[in-house]
Design a protein around this ligand. Structure first.
Ligand code: PLP
Length: 392
């Protein structure tokens, strides 16, 4: 079944009674009554499927988890309260029976770096950063640090690098390291990391999957090997999503493939327009034949679908010039997120990558005049008009 079809059918319409709601209801219950205590005993013991307590499982969350398991070709999933909660949970599940160290892609979301350094670091989890676009460097880092897990993004935030996930999966598997992939930027329309050999996939569903800027959430989609650990740890640690958010996310997911296609087409048109603009010094978008990862892009991304994010540098502008440019935008929403139906702009230097140490920002290639656009579903001419007047 194609992903567009799965997105509108999977997870919903459980045959628990003769009238079946077309959409999964929001189950606002902290716990369930089971008349037969022997049955409750089987549910607690995982011998029978059923619901007992919402920290363990909730029917609305279960529907979303089933949907995302289907879209990402996983064995199962866990809906979490945010993308960061999902990342932390995936790392804990991967490292539980492995060495407590991580090799992390150098090009990655700023808060992910902080999660590793400031949250997990003090608990003894060591992190080494590597350029995941250099396979020899990845192999060397794996051999040197012998990490329990390697963490990377499919399309990196904010410079849109695309690593050879399939090759990296082979390197990890040969060394028994778990490969955890944040697939937020690509979405399962563009890439399905579990099909390429990853062990755990993470999403911030706050972005493309939710898509409407109205709900925070995250998901861990697991392979067979890690699923029991993902679910077991969550029962105790309780990083779970609320049922209302699960409902909203699921509603968003139904249209994500359509939105994503439109966003990819708009982003491609915008990247071409920006490249031709005299005030634009550099454009980062994976359709560029001169993109440093062009060969990987051709191999791993579907033809014509290179994501809805475009980053660019404005020539000759420092901090205050960038601020003035941002303040001139009228249609494009200045807000700290991405993947929504409306086009959004962000200044990585002061927001998503604000706390990344200066040296690391330099190594990543993030400059003060870099602007990151999350392209929406509007008519692309209107987005261009807004950029044109703000760049003038
Ligand atoms: C690539 C990526 N992963 C994870 C996250 C974290 O998601 P959340 O804000 O839902 O915790 C973000 C947030 O911007 C992100 O861009």
């Amino acid at each position: 079944m194609k992903i567009h079809t799965k997105a509108v059918h999977a997870g919903d319409r459980k045959k628990a009674q003769s009238q079946i709601p077309v959409a999964t209801p929001v189950h606002f219950a902290a716990s369930w009554i089971t008349e037969d205590t022997a049955e409750l005993d089987r549910i607690f013991g995982d011998e029978q499927k059923g619901f007992s307590y919402s920290r363990y499982d909730n029917p609305t969350n279960a529907a979303l988890e089933e949907l995302m398991t289907s879209l990402e070709s996983g064995a199962g999933a866990l809906a979490c309260a945010s993308g960061m909660a999902a990342l932390e949970h995936a790392l804990k599940a991967a490292l539980l029976d492995r060495r407590k160290s991580v090799v992390c892609a150098r090009d990655i979301y700023g808060a992910t770096i902080k999660l590793l350094m400031d949250v997990l670091g003090p608990f003894g989890i060591e992190t080494a950063f590597v350029d995941t676009n250099d396979l020899a460097a990845v192999a060397q880092a794996l051999d040197e640090h012998k990490p329990g897990a390697l963490l990377m993004e499919t399309i990196s935030n904010p410079l849109l690098r695309v690593g050879a996930l399939d090759e990296i999966a082979k390197l990890c598997r040969a060394r028994s390291a778990a490969l955890i992939v944040d697939n937020t930027f690509a979405s399962p329309l563009l890439m399905r990391p579990l099909e390429l050999g990853a062990h755990l996939v993470v999403h911030s569903t706050t972005k493309y999957l939710g898509g409407h800027g109205d709900t925070l959430g995250g998901l861990v989609i697991s392979d067979e090997e890690h699923l029991a650990t993902v679910r077991r740890l969550s029962r105790v640690a309780g990083p779970v999503l609320g049922p209302m958010e699960a409902f909203l996310t699921m509603r968003g997911v139904k249209t994500f493939a359509l939105r994503m296609e439109r966003q990819c087409h708009n982003a491609r048109a915008l990247a071409a327009w920006l490249r031709a603009h005299p005030r634009v010094a550099a454009v980062y978008y994976p359709d560029d034949p001169a993109h440093p990862d062009a060969a990987v892009v051709r191999r791993l991304l579907p033809e014509g679908l290179y994501g809805g994010m475009v980053s660019f540098e404005i020539a000759g502008l420092e901090r205050t010039g960038i601020f003035a440019f941002l303040d001139r935008l009228k249609l494009i929403v200045k807000a700290t997120s991405l993947g929504d139906v409306h086009t959004m702009v962000l200044h990585p230097w002061i927001s998503s990558h604000r706390d990344v140490p200066m040296k690391q920002k330099e190594r990543m290639g993030i400059k003060e005049n870099l602007v990151r656009l999350s392209v929406g579903i509007e008519a692309v001419e209107d987005i261009i008009s807004d950029l044109e007047q703000a760049l003038a």
